[in-house]
Design a protein around this ligand. Structure first.
Ligand code: OOG
Ligand code: MG
Length: 262
């Protein structure tokens, strides 16, 4: 750790205020070029602690930047991990208020719900599949708090990996009833296809993203508890949205899920 505890608290308070007030900021590494990876995750953890203290609940965990499309779009080459709260959850077919967000984008994701705890190191795809209760489609709404969506990996980790809203739904499927690699993903905005792909776009197999999360947490003495919802990361590039847009995601064999921006 390179930052002092009070700096970590101050940066968490600043980034969370930007999220709650829908205002952007410069990336924090501009002012703190020496911050390290532990600092970045410590700022993220301090944001989570602030929300829990206010009575919010953790709704799930997320993997980000797990597909080449996403890494290329954001100019980074390593996945990252974050969390989603109950306050981020949108009901199936529900509304997202665009005025509460800065510059939202949507991304198609394959989501997992675990039935057993997963703990790294050494977690792998097979362990993830054995611990998976079911998979289901999800649309993540990301909204970087950084100006023009421009950041480096440490800044975006501190900013809880741009997490803002999410919806899961459609048809939950047991993981052994689907081929997660060839599973087709089609996202439409206002009735037009805006992105398509297959599960393998996520690290070759979406379960690999969940394994990577378990290994990341394991290195910190933490685990993915049983019963956790995990967003495995955008399959394709994220697509910008604004008030009036309707977004629908179809995932092969798992029905569809949608939301709209008002
Ligand atoms: C970072 C969050 C990435 C994903 O699924 O790749 C993410 C960003 O692109 O702003 O959630
Ligand atoms: Mg995402």
């Amino acid at each position: 750790m390179k930052l002092q505890p009070d700096t970590i608290e101050a940066l968490a308070a600043h980034l969370e205020a930007c999220q709650l007030e829908a205002r952007d900021t410069l990336k924090i590494t501009d002012e703190h070029p020496g911050m390290d990876w532990d600092d970045a995750y410590a700022i993220q953890a301090a944001i989570l602690a602030r929300k829990l203290k206010r009575g919010e609940r953790l709704a799930g965990l997320k993997c980000g930047l797990t597909s080449h499309a996403k890494m290329k779009q954001m100019g980074v080459s390593t996945p990252c991990f974050g969390f989603v709260m109950d306050s981020f959850a949108v009901p199936e077919g529900g509304e997202v208020k665009a005025s509460e967000l800065i510059h939202p984008k949507v991304e198609p994701e394959i989501c997992f719900v675990t039935t057993k705890a997963l703990k790294g190191p050494g977690c792998h795809i097979a362990a993830v599949l054995a611990a998976t209760d079911f998979v289901l489609p999800g649309i993540e709404v990301i909204d970087s708090r950084y100006r023009d969506f421009k950041f480096d990996l440490k800044s975006v980790i501190a900013d809880n990996t741009s997490a803002a809203r999410f919806v899961v739904g459609g048809q939950a499927m047991r993981a052994d009833r689907v081929d997660l690699r060839t599973m087709g993903v089609v996202m439409e905005k206002n009735g037009q296809v805006v992105s398509l792909g297959a599960g393998a776009a996520v690290l070759g197999h979406p379960a690999a993203a969940v394994a990577m999360l378990a290994n990341h947490l394991g290195a910190r003495g933490e685990e993915i508890p049983a019963g956790t919802l995990i967003l495995s990361g955008g399959v394709t590039e994220a697509v910008a949205v604004q008030a009036g847009d309707h977004v629908n995601l179809r995932v092969q064999g798992c029905g569809s899920v949608s939301l709209r921006f008002v």
